[in-house]
Design a protein around this ligand. Structure first.
Ligand SMILES: Nc1nc2c(ncn2[C@@H]2O[C@H](COP(=O)(O)OP(=O)(O)OP(=O)(O)O)[C@@H](O)[C@H]2O)c(=O)[nH]1
Ligand SMILES: [Mg+2]
Length: 446
């Protein structure tokens, strides 16, 4: 079912006309907590909690006394009333800033609920914002990404998406599909009148749509890198100093280091930020003829990690001699001589490090940064699709495949199906499963 644009609400999206309440800040004691109320009953509920509140002066903060239903004093708070449609959700809203005591928060939320509010589900405020046309579903996803951003790049990508950069790309693609559809339908009329259809025009319109889809799909890998972090995997023979480097880059003793070869068996992962870029640093088992089953499994996993790495740090201990022979060309693999403090000759022209003296570690960080950041620089206007978008784009592309070869009536239907997929991405189709998948990842109160 397509959203009823006259009301701006659809059943799965709106969540109904009730009034919801939730704490918007993290649980536990803290300096301040924010409690949010949204829905048509906000004004009445606000007056139950704070009889003197001035709901006629919205969008202005005021200090109010909060009481429970029997008039008992609860707290002095800062209250901001909002009037629909000028609020986050597009509904009447109230935000209360109180001391972050779990008791106070529970008492305020409890009073609201006993007066008729319902506890909000995860992401329900944002879900209502989508239902009321305040933002589309792609922007709603960005709200959650802004909340969870841990690095500068994650924040940047999320912010661009929230401000509509990616939505505009989907909008432009939809426009292109509309033009293509018009060409196809126009050609139907033409043929009926016995005119010759210009195949080249149709082919160009088709190509325009497909290349736009492909350009968006091309941003998938960068999206994963920014959202989850680039995988930087340390590999090399046993005892080459992998775990020592892992710890040095993390600046903490995360992995066990011993002088015995074969110390690390499992794959170890840790989050790291290098100049605003999220990195997942991975330590692996030394590659050699396995001594037992556990080591063999460790080596199998190490090889798996190497295969899916964005950047490979391949260590070769200086005391084992021999400059590394790189098998792989390209920017993914970085050959490094480790333990250079043990070298008896200078290592010119190759990246050499020592975790004992610290030599080369800054250069290594720079090299990692360069390799991790390069693909990100290619993303234009801060746009990168996520798995949900990529999945939809692949489906839309499938609808377009072969449309130039089928009867025009069938082609028109296929293009319309492709457009429906885009509507689904933007949340313009009322699909409970899609909405549930997006909003279940949210915190309550957002
Ligand atoms: N002199 C010197 N010793 C190092 C350096 N890095 C690591 N070592 C030593 O080399 C030994 C092996 O280090 P690890 O970090 O455990 O090596 P690994 O590659 O993780 O070894 P496995 O887990 O067994 O594959 C330890 O005794 C470390 O103290 C270095 O830069 N210089
Ligand atoms: Mg190790």
């Amino acid at each position: 079912m397509v959203k009823d644009s006259s009301s701006g609400l659809s059943s799965a999206l709106s969540g109904g006309a009730d009034t919801i309440v939730a704490r918007a800040t993290a649980a536990g004691a803290c300096a301040l907590a924010v409690i949010r109320v949204s829905g048509p009953e906000t004004g009445r509920l606000a007056r139950v909690l704070c009889p003197k509140i001035d709901m006629e002066t919205p969008w202005r903060a005021a200090v109010v006394r909060l009481c429970d239903r029997s008039g008992g004093f609860l707290e002095t708070a800062v209250a901001i009333p909002y009037r629909a449609p000028k609020s986050y959700t597009g509904e009447d809203m109230l935000e209360l800033m109180v001391h972050g005591s779990p008791w106070i928060v529970d008492a305020v939320v409890g009073t609201m609920i006993s007066a008729g509010a319902r506890h909000a589900n995860p992401g329900e405020f944002t879900r209502r914002a989508v239902a009321n046309g305040k933002m589309d579903l792609v922007q709603a996803e960005a709200v959650n990404e802004v909340v969870h951003a841990e690095t500068a790049w994650q924040a940047r990508l999320a912010r661009e998406q929230l401000h509509g950069a990616l939505s505009r790309e989907f909008g432009a693609l939809k426009e292109e599909l509309i033009v293509f559809l018009a060409e196809i339908e126009g050609s139907l009329d033409f043929e009926e009148q016995g005119a010759v259809v210009n195949q080249e025009v149709l082919r160009k319109a088709h190509e325009g749509c497909v290349s736009r889809i492909d350009a968006l799909l091309d941003t998938t890998a960068v999206g994963v890198r920014v959202r989850e972090g680039a995988r930087v995997v340390i590999v090399g023979p046993p005892n080459s100093g992998k775990s020592t480097l892992f710890n040095a880059l993390l600046a903490r003793e995360r992995a066990i280091v011993t002088a015995a070869p074969g110390t690390t068996r499992d794959v170890l992962e840790a989050d790291l930020e290098i100049e605003g870029l999220p990195v997942i640093l991975v330590d692996t088992a030394g590659l050699r003829e396995a001594a037992d089953l556990a080591e063999a499994e460790g080596i199998r996993r190490a090889e798996q990690e190497e295969a899916r790495a964005d950047v490979i740090l391949a260590l070769h201990a200086a005391d084992e001699g021999g400059a590394p022979q790189s098998q792989e060309v390209g920017d993914r693999r970085l050959d490094i001589v480790s333990k250079v403090d043990l070298a008896n000759q200078r290592m010119d022209g190759i990246l050499a490090i020592s975790c004992v003296t610290g030599e080369g570690l800054d250069r290594l960080r720079e090299e990692i940064h360069r390799r991790v950041s390069e693909p990100m620089m290619s993303i234009t206007a801060g746009v990168a699709v996520n798995a949900r978008h990529a999945n939809a784009l692949v489906r839309a592309r499938e609808y377009l495949e072969g449309v130039l070869l089928v009867p025009r009536e069938v082609a028109a239907l296929e293009i319309r199906s492709g457009m429906m997929v885009l509507d689904e991405v933007l949340g313009e189709v009322d699909d409970e499963d899609v909405l549930e998948a997006v909003f279940s990842a949210f915190c309550v109160g957002k």
